[in-house]
Design a protein around this ligand. Sequence first.
Ligand SMILES: CC(C)(COP(=O)(O)OP(=O)(O)OC[C@H]1O[C@@H](n2cnc3c(N)ncnc32)[C@H](O)[C@@H]1OP(=O)(O)O)[C@@H](O)C(=O)NCCC(=O)NCCS
Length: 159
Amino acid sequence: MKDKTLHMKFAVRTFLAKKIQFVRNLNYRLRGYDVHPSVIFERKLHLDRLYPRGIHIKENCLIASGVTILCHDHCKRVNNQPLLIDTYIGRNCFIAVGATILPGVKIGDEVIVGAGAVVTKEVPANCIVAGNPAKIIREKIRMNDAAELMNWSQEKGWF
Ligand SMILES: CC(C)(COP(=O)(O)OP(=O)(O)OC[C@H]1O[C@@H](n2cnc3c(N)ncnc32)[C@H](O)[C@@H]1OP(=O)(O)O)[C@@H](O)C(=O)NCCC(=O)NCCS
């Protein structure tokens, strides 16, 4: 019974969240970010506001609350202007809560960036990175079109 109520609550929240996320995604696109319409953005994000065109996020990614994604640097100057450098996130990625992705980083397809990670370098496809600076903690992961793991389950663990 408790489980049923919880599932109901979750279903209602998911329904409402989808509507909000649609508007949020549209808002980012109108502001110039190069993000696929299927990308889910949670709350309290810090997407670089100086150079929106420099953030590229491919389809089916989930960007969790409190994530920061940068594409400019104040301290590095070019002709006395801040350095602008594009940042890329591949498809089917899950960027977990509070992670920071530094300017110029390229993240491959089907990647998980762990909670609170600071990503300073290119990340290859199909792996999990975590920590500060972020390091690979798991390889050969597979993610589906909802940015969920396909080779992990509560019963089997990793397979
Ligand atoms: C990265 C994550 C998916 C776990 O992946 P995993 O491969 O199962 O990792 P494990 O728990 O087996 O941990 C492997 C190692 O990485 C470390 N690790 C795991 N997550 C970490 C993180 N976020 N930061 C730093 N280190 C981390 C573990 O301490 C462990 O280290 P050890 O080998 O020295 O003991 C998970 O930790 C995470 O960050 N989930 C996101 C949660 C979240 O954002 N939820 C909100 C949803 S919107």
